[in-house]
Design a protein around this ligand. Structure first.
Ligand SMILES: [Zn+2]
Length: 710
C-alpha cells in the first residue's frame, strides 16, 4: 500500500538526520522477528520476542524491500494495466506496514525515551521514502496511463475506487508537477513539517512553563479530594512536597475551573491557558502561523486549488468550503441563542453568590456545575458506581453482539505488551474468525500518550482463502484504581469507551479486497460516524438498563437516574456548541484565504469571531496560537475541524433510524454493517450512507438532540 504522505508519526523530529543503510547487516535481518511472518495465533505481534534494537534494522530493510517492489512495478516491461500497476501497488509495502504498525502502537502506548528518540530519527527517513515513491516519474506515468483509460477498463466499483484513490493521492502528493514545481513542492513540505513541529514544541514548553503552586490549604476551596491528591502528587513530582500544583493541561485545568471557588485563581489559570503561544517571546506562535498559512496557500496554488481549504475538502464529503460554511451557519444561530440564555442563567447564580456582577469566561465552568446540580439534581459522583469499567466494556461488546450477532472471546493465551492489556478474539455467531481486538484502557504516565484512540496492528484486506483478518487496538486513559478497588468511570469516559469501540468495529468488520480502501481509511468527515453512533448507544435509556449496574449490588441503574441523564442531555449545549463552532469558523477563515494575511494573527482572529458575534463570556475553544488541530501536522485537522459536527449530523440521523423502530433492530444493523462498517472506502461516503438510510442525512435529528429545535 502506498505510504501516507503527511503525519507519519505523532511525534517527529526537527533535525533531519539521515541514517546510513549500511548499518543494517544481513545477520541482523535474518534473525530479526519483525522481518518474518509472526508465528503466533492469528499472526498477532510476538511482543516478548521484540526488542527495541530490532526496529531500526527492520525499518531500513522494510523500506529497501518496498523500494525494490516499487522499482519492479515501475520498470515492468509489459504495458501498464490495473493488475500489474494499481493492484500491485495496493499489495506492496507489507513488511514496512507490519514493522511500522508495531512500532507506532508501542510508541504510543508503551514508549521509552530511547523509543521516542528512535521515532525522531526515523521520521525524516520515512518521509523521504514516501516522497521517493510519490515523485517516482516512471511509476506515476504508469498510474496515469491506467487512469486515463479507466472508461474502457470495465472495472468493478471497488477497483474503480482504488484506481481513483491511488491516482488522486499521487496527484495530491505532487506527482503531476513540473520539475521546478516539484522542487518547490518538496521544499514547502519540508518547511511546513518543521514549522508544524516548532508550533507543537513551543506549546509543550508553554505547558511546562506555567504552574499554579498553592501553599495555603484555604486556596483549595471547592476542589474534590481526587483533584487535591493529584495536585499533591504533581507537587511532589516537581520537588514541591507539601504544596499543590495545577497546570494548564486540560485534565488539570477543566476540573479546576469547574470546582475551585476561588475566582481570582480560576482567572489566573484561565488566562495562562488562553495566552499560550502569545507572549511575544521565543515561544510565541504568531509568526509561525503567518508562515504556515502562506506556505499552505502557495502549495494549494501549485496543485491547482484556490485555497488550502479547497485542497483539503476536495477529498472530504463536504467537497467545498461553501458546504462547510452552510452547515456551520445552520447550527450557529440556535447555538448562540442557547449560549446567551445559558450565560444569563449563570450570571444570575454568580450575582446570587455575591461574586460580582458580570459573568467572565473563567466563571462559566464553575457556575455551570452549580446550575447542573440545581436544574437536574445530577452529580457525576452518583453515576460512577453504575459505570464500573468491566460492566461498561461488557455493555459495549454486548451492544455489538445484539446488533451484529458477533461474539467476543477473551484470549489470555495471546501475547500482550503490558499486563493491563486484554485481548479478545472476535467471531461471527457461527464461530468464524473475524479478527482480534486489544483493549488498553488505563493511563500510564510517561509511557502512554494522553487521549483515546483506535489503531491497528494489521488491517483487513483480501477475500476468500487469501483474506487477511484485522488486528485492532483501542486505547483510553482511565485512572487505574488502587489494588482491589473498582474502576468507576464518569459518563464522559463511558462515551469515550463506546466511541473508540465504534472505530474498532469499523476496523474489525471491514470487508475490502484492497488494503488502501479498508476499514477506517475513509474521508475525515465520515470517519467519526461509526464511532459517534456508539455514543448514542452509551447513553440510551434502553441500553443503560442493560449494562449500567451497581458495582457492588449488581442492581440496574434506577429509572430516576436514567431520566436525569436524559434530561441533562441539553445541559450546556449552547456553550459547548458555540465554543466548538467558533473554532471551526476560525479554522475555515484561516484556510479560505487566497493571499497571505497582512494583519496580525490575533487581529485576524478577532475579526473572524466578531463577524459571527461570539459573546465575550465565551472564548473560542482554541485560539490561533494554540490551535494544534489545525497548525500541527500530527493532528491533521486543518480545514477539517468542522468534521466532528459534520459526522454528528450523520450519527444523529443514523441513530434516529434505529430509534424509529428499535435500537437493536437487526435488519437496520445488517444494513449499517454492510454499507458503512464493512464498506470502508470502497465507494463515495454519501452513496454508502444513502444505501443504509435510503435518503440523504438531515440535520433535524442533531438539532433535536441538542435541544435546538424548539
Ligand atoms: Zn473518533
Amino acid at each position: 500500500m502506498i505510504p501516507k504522505r503527511f503525519a507519519l508519526f505523532s511525534s517527529v523530529s526537527v533535525a533531519f538526520v539521515f541514517l546510513s543503510a549500511a548499518s543494517c547487516n544481513r545477520v541482523e535481518t535474518e534473525t530479526n522477528p519483525l522481518l518474518a511472518e509472526f508465528e503466533t495465533p492469528f499472526g498477532v505481534p510476538p511482543f516478548e520476542a521484540i526488542q527495541l534494537d530490532y526496529f531500526k534494522p527492520a525499518f531500513l530493510e522494510a523500506m529497501r524491500l518496498e523500494q525494490q517492489e516499487i522499482e519492479k512495478i515501475a520498470g515492468n516491461a509489459g504495458g501498464p494495466t490495473f493488475e500489474n500497476t494499481i493492484e500491485k501497488l495496493d499489495g506492496s509495502g507489507l513488511v514496512l506496514a507490519r514493522v511500522q504498525s508495531v512500532f507506532q502502537n508501542l510508541n504510543e502506548s508503551a514508549t521509552s525515551e530511547r523509543m521516542q528518540a528512535l521515532a525522531k530519527e526515523l521520521a525524516p527517513l520515512l518521509s523521504k521514502h514516501a516522497d521517493d515513491i510519490y515523485l517516482n516519474e516512471a511509476l506515476f506515468a504508469r498510474i496515469k496511463a491506467v487512469y486515463d483509460q479507466r472508461e474502457a477498463l470495465n472495472l468493478e466499483s471497488s477497483q474503480d475506487r482504488l484506481l481513483e484513490e491511488i491516482y488522486r493521492s499521487f496527484v495530491r502528493g505532487g506527482a503531476g508537477l513540473t520539475a521546478p514545481q516539484k522542487e518547490r513542492f518538496r521544499k514547502i513540505n519540508e518547511e511546513l513539517s518543521l514549522l508544524s513541529l516548532q508550533f507543537g514544541e513551543n506549546l509543550l514548553k508553554e505547558a511546562k512553563r506555567f504552574k499554579l503552586v498553592l501553599e495555603d490549604r484555604a486556596d483549595l476551596a471547592g476542589l474534590t479530594d481526587p483533584q487535591i491528591s493529584a495536585a499533591a502528587d504533581a507537587a511532589k513530582e516537581a520537588g514541591l512536597e507539601g504544596k499543590w500544583v495545577f497546570t494548564i493541561d486540560k485534565s488539570s485545568l477543566i476540573p479546576f475551573l469547574q470546582f475551585s471557588s476561588k475566582r481570582e485563581l480560576r482567572k489566573k489559570m484561565f488566562q495562562a491557558y488562553v495566552e499560550q503561544g502569545n507572549h511575544g517571546d521565543e515561544l510565541d506562535n504568531k509568526d509561525l502561523i503567518k508562515k504556515i498559512i502562506a506556505l499552505r496557500i502557495e502549495r494549494a496554488k501549485i496543485l491547482g486549488f484556490e485555497t488550502h481549504a479547497d485542497f483539503v475538502l476536495d477529498v472530504n464529503m463536504a467537497k467545498k468550503p461553501e458546504a462547510v460554511y452552510e452547515l456551520l451557519d445552520k447550527l450557529w444561530k440556535p447555538a448562540l441563542e442557547a449560549a446567551k440564555e445559558e450565560a444569563g442563567e449563570l450570571e444570575a447564580l454568580l450575582k446570587k453568590d455575591g461574586a460580582g456582577n458580570e459573568l467572565e469566561p473563567w466563571d462559566w465552568w464553575f457556575y455551570a456545575e452549580k446550575l447542573r446540580d440545581k436544574k437536574y439534581n445530577l452529580r457525576e459522583e452518583e453515576l460512577r458506581p453504575y459505570f464500573e469499567l468491566e460492566n461498561v466494556r461488557k455493555g459495549a461488546f454486548d451492544v455489538a453482539s445484539r446488533l451484529y450477532g458477533i461474539e467476543f472471546v477473551e484470549r489470555k493465551d495471546l501475547p500482550r505488551y503490558h499486563k493491563d492489556v486484554r485481548v479478545f478474539e472476535v467471531r461471527e455467531a457461527d464461530g468464524e474468525h473475524i479478527g482480534v481486538l486489544y483493549v488498553d484502557y488505563y493511563t500510564r504516565t510517561g509511557t502512554k500518550r494522553g487521549g483515546a484512540w483506535m489503531s491497528s496492528f494489521r488491517k483487513q484486506w483480501g477475500k476468500g482463502e487469501g483474506k487477511t483478518a484485522p488486528i485492532i487496538i483501542n486505547n483510553c486513559n482511565f485512572q487505574k484504581p488502587a489494588e482491589g478497588r473498582p474502576s468507576l468511570l464518569s459518563l464522559d469516559e463511558v462515551e469515550t469507551l463506546f466511541h473508540e469501540f465504534g472505530h474498532g468495529l469499523h476496523g474489525l468488520l471491514s470487508e475490502s479486497e484492497y488494503r488502501t480502501l479498508s476499514g477506517t481509511a475513509v474521508a475525515r468527515d465520515f470517519v467519526e460516524l461509526p464511532s459517534q453512533i456508539m455514543e448514542n448507544y452509551a447513553r440510551d435509556p434502553e441500553v443503560l438498563k442493560i449494562y449500567a449496574r451497581h458495582y457492588e449490588t449488581g442492581e440496574p441503574m434506577p429509572g430516576g437516574l436514567i431520566e436525569k441523564i436524559e434530561k441533562s442531555a441539553y445541559f450546556n449545549q449552547g456553550f459547548a456548541t458555540a465554543e466548538y463552532l467558533a473554532a471551526s469558523y476560525l479554522d475555515m477563515d484561516w484556510h479560505t484565504l487566497e493571499e497571505p494575511p497582512t494583519v496580525d494573527p490575533m487581529e485576524f482572529e478577532n475579526r473572524s469571531l466578531k463577524r459571527i458575534g461570539l459573546i465575550p463570556e465565551i472564548v473560542v475553544r482554541y485560539r490561533s496560537p494554540y490551535f494544534q488541530h489545525i497548525f500541527s501536522d500530527a493532528f491533521g485537522y486543518s480545514a477539517g475541524y468542522y468534521s466532528y459536527v459534520w459526522a454528528q449530523v450523520l450519527d444523529a440521523d443514523a441513530f434516529a433510524a434505529f430509534k424509529e423502530t428499535d435500537v437493536f433492530d437487526r435488519e437496520k444493523a445488517a444494513a449499517f454493517r454492510k454499507h458503512i462498517l464493512s464498506a470502508g472506502n470502497t465507494e463515495d461516503p454519501m452513496v454508502l450512507y444513502k444505501r443504509f438510510r435510503g435518503k440523504e442525512p438531515s440535520i433535524d435529528a442533531l438539532l433535536h438532540r441538542k435541544g435546538f429545535d424548539n
